[in-house]
Design a binder for this molecule. Structure first.
Ligand SMILES: [Mn+2]
Length: 322
C-alpha cells in the first residue's frame, strides 16, 4: 500500500487548493481530478479545479464536470494538487509558469514513468497502477472516506479511460476489484452506456475517411493514421472526440502497433499517439522523441511536415521486432 501520510499531513495544513491535471485531458485525468476535488470539498477545503483544455466529450455526465475553469487562477493557493501529469510542465504552459515560481506546496498522484525530481513536496507515483484514478481510490480507502455516487463514477471513468473499459493489457487485479466495488455504488450499465455510447454521428464519417487514407507497413502489423485540422473543421469534431480512433485501429487482427499523427499547427506541428499490443513497448519510441506514457500507450510531439512524420514511422516500422 502506498504511503499517504505525507500527503495527508500537507493537506491538513492547507485550506485553499488548486487541483489540475495535464494538457489535453483524457478520461483518467478528468476523473481523477473531479474525484479529488469532491473528496477535498467534503473535507471542508476551498478547492479550485483548473483544466488547460476541454474535458473528454463523454465525461459531460459526471457530477461537477462543468466546474473547472480554463483561466489560470490569479490567487496563490496553500497547495497545488496535480494529477496524472508525468512532468510539471505537462500541466500546460500558462499554468506551469505560475506554479513553477510559486512557493506554495505541491503534491502529485501519477502513474507515468518520470524522472525523479524535487519539484513536489510529496508524491505518490506508481507506474504499476492501471490509472491515476486507482491511486485516488487507494487514497480514499486510506482516508476511510466513503465514496459518493459521483466520486465512484469519476474513479470508474478514469479507470475505464486507461484500461479501455477493462480491456487493455493495463487492466489488472486491482482495477477489476475497484470497478467491482464501484459497481455497488453506481449504476454500471448506465455508466457503460454513458462511456461508450455517446459518440456524435459525424465521428463515424470522419473515421471512415481516416481509414481510407491509413497506411500499412510490415504486412499490416504497423499502421500509420493521420488526422488534419481541415478534417476536424469539416466534420465539426474536437480532438477529444477523435482521440479514440487510434484505439479502434488496434482492434484489427493483424495490427501490432498504431501510430496516429494529429495536426496541431498547419503543416509543422503534430501530436503522435502510439498504441501497441502485448509485449510491444511503445514507451521507448515516445521517449526517443521527447514524449512519454506507458508500455502500450504513449505519445510525443513532432515538429516537421506530414511527410517527415510518415518517414519517421516508416523507419521505426523497419526496425521494430514484431
Ligand atoms: Mn492516466
Amino acid at each position: 500500500m502506498d504511503d499517504f501520510s505525507r500527503i495527508n499531513e500537507i493537506l491538513e495544513n492547507s485550506k485553499t487548493i488548486i487541483v489540475a491535471g495535464h494538457v489535453n485531458p483524457d478520461p483518467d485525468c478528468m476523473g481523477s481530478a473531479l474525484a479529488v476535488c469532491s473528496i477535498l470539498r467534503s473535507m471542508g477545503k476551498d478547492v479550485t479545479l483548473y483544466r488547460s483544455d476541454k474535458y473528454p466529450y463523454n465525461g459531460d455526465f459526471l457530477e461537477n464536470s462543468g466546474s473547472a475553469t480554463e483561466i489560470v487562477p490569479d490567487f496563490e493557493p496553500d497547495l497545488y494538487f496535480i494529477l496524472d501529469s508525468a512532468t510539471p510542465e505537462r500541466t500546460g504552459e500558462a499554468f506551469f509558469a505560475k506554479m513553477s515560481v510559486s512557493k506554495s506546496r505541491k503534491i502529485l498522484f501519477d502513474h507515468h514513468w518520470h524522472q525523479n525530481t524535487d519539484f513536489y513536496d510529496a508524491e505518490v507515483s506508481d507506474e504499476s497502477a492501471s490509472a491515476t484514478a486507482a491511486i485516488v481510490w487507494r487514497w480514499a480507502k486510506d482516508l476511510g472516506h466513503k465514496l459518493t455516487k459521483g466520486e465512484a463514477e469519476d474513479i470508474c471513468f478514469g479507470i475505464f479511460g486507461d484500461t479501455g473499459g477493462l480491456r487493455y493489457a493495463s487492466t489488472d487485479k486491482e482495477s477489476l476489484f475497484i470497478v467491482s466495488e464501484l459497481a455497488e455504488i453506481i449504476n454500471y450499465g448506465e455508466f457503460c452506456s454513458q462511456f461508450f455510447e455517446t459518440l456524435p454521428e459525424n465521428w463515424f464519417a470522419m473515421f471512415a475517411e481516416v481509414i481510407q487514407s491509413m497506411e500499412k507497413f510490415r504486412d499490416g502489423k504497423v499502421v500509420f493514421l493521420k488526422t488534419t485540422l481541415e478534417q476536424l473543421e469539416r466534420f465539426n469534431l474536437s480532438i477529444d472526440e477523435i482521440d479514440p480512433f487510434v484505439e479502434e485501429i488496434r482492434r484489427i487482427k493483424s495490427v501490432r502497433i498504431v501510430f496516429r499523427i494529429r495536426e496541431v499547427e498547419p503543416g509543422k506541428l503534430w501530436k503522435f499517439s502510439v498504441r501497441s499490443k502485448g509485449d510491444i513497448d511503445c514507451l521507448p519510441i515516445a521517449r526517443k522523441f521527447g514524449g512519454g506514457g506507458h508500455k502500450n500507450a504513449a505519445g510525443f510531439t513532432f515538429y516537421g511536415t506530414l511527410e517527415e512524420g510518415r518517414k519517421a514511422v516508416a523507419e521505426i516500422a523497419e526496425e521494430l521486432e514484431l
